[in-house]
Ligand binder design. Sequence first.
Ligand SMILES: *[C@@H]1O[C@H](CO)[C@@H](O)[C@H](O)[C@H]1NC(C)=O
Ligand SMILES: *[C@@H]1O[C@H](CO)[C@@H](O)[C@H](O)[C@H]1NC(C)=O
Ligand SMILES: *[C@@H]1O[C@H](CO)[C@@H](O)[C@H](O)[C@H]1NC(C)=O
Length: 360
Amino acid sequence: MEKKGSQRYGTLLQHPLLLVLALAISFVIMDPFKMGPLGDHDFKPVKHDLAPYKQVMENWPRDNRSRLGSGNLEFVDEVFGPESLEFDSLGRGPYAGLADGRVVRWMGEDVGWETFALVTSNWSEKLCSRGVDSTTSRQWKHEKLCGRPLGLRFHKESGNLYIADAYYGLLVVGPEGGIATPLATHLGGDPILFANDLDIHRNGSIFFTDTSKRYDRVDHFFILLEGESTGRLLRYDPPTKTTHVVLDGLAFPNGVQLSRDQTFIVFTETTNCRLMKYWLKGPKTGKVELVANLPGFPDNVRLNDRGPILGCNRLLQDSSTGGSYSQSMDEECLFPVTDPNEVLSLDDGHEDVHSCIPLQ
Ligand SMILES: *[C@@H]1O[C@H](CO)[C@@H](O)[C@H](O)[C@H]1NC(C)=O
Ligand SMILES: *[C@@H]1O[C@H](CO)[C@@H](O)[C@H](O)[C@H]1NC(C)=O
Ligand SMILES: *[C@@H]1O[C@H](CO)[C@@H](O)[C@H](O)[C@H]1NC(C)=O
């Protein structure tokens, strides 16, 4: 054994190239300077039981008319990383949260896009709003300061706009816009690290997702990579100004949508590629159920006006990557759904699937 070992050592010394290669490999494996993608992370992979790939894909036939691919791409090079589209009670909009931290609204051809709200008074045009640059990794350094509004919802009665911001938590701004007021930034002394989307209950309570207790939006890829499930569904009650944990231990909770009759709330679990529902009323109150396994990573989920209740999801709506506005502008169902039971799944070859599923 001893002899064999020293022989191998000898071989390495005689072949300097081999020695360099061996050193390079150990450098990569040991990563002494924490330069690798997992460099500074306390990486704790988690296993999940998921439906088999084949079984999931069989439920999602390709849309052979490629309807998403044949849609019009609007506002190219005008707004970057738009997420969560809303219209106000006067029908104006869309309103959208951008990668540069602004909430903007479309005011028609003459006015164009105007800044409606900011999530922090620290926002400055010079630092935050740098066009398409704001969607590249250079913006990631400024995101914490500039904000990243991901979830938007108008409260129909008051006209107030509620905002879930990845860095500034849950906020609200009046119908005239301006600097939003924080409502929930901490829970039990810990910061809400990654607020993502929200919906407003008829009784005024706001349900919103906090995607992870460990990683913020810039590091969201680690949530997927690890499968870590520290995400939560939270509820903010305006009368008492208090925030409560509704569900804990979720794997990348993302979009939220209350059912029309308010008996349940639907949310997406991005890591597990699925749509879940949580019962708020009736015999199943407090229970969590699977609604559908999806053929990709869902983001937001919204009701459709047509037919009974339809859930829609957008895939790869990762607005942080440059030039992804085509994937981000249409998270609502863009396609007329004539048959309420239609299951629509689209893949236009850009890893982009749009699906609508009837919810009972
Ligand atoms: C497209 O899909 C529909 C429904 O799955 C099917 O009835 C139709 O025959 C398909 N058309 C083509 C051209 O493949
Ligand atoms: C603005 O930035 C300063 C310095 O980073 C920070 O102390 C302060 O809390 C920020 N203000 C707001 C409203 O975020
Ligand atoms: C609104 O309804 C939800 C769901 O039933 C409940 O958890 C919440 O406490 C209610 N909020 C108020 C302000 O009554």
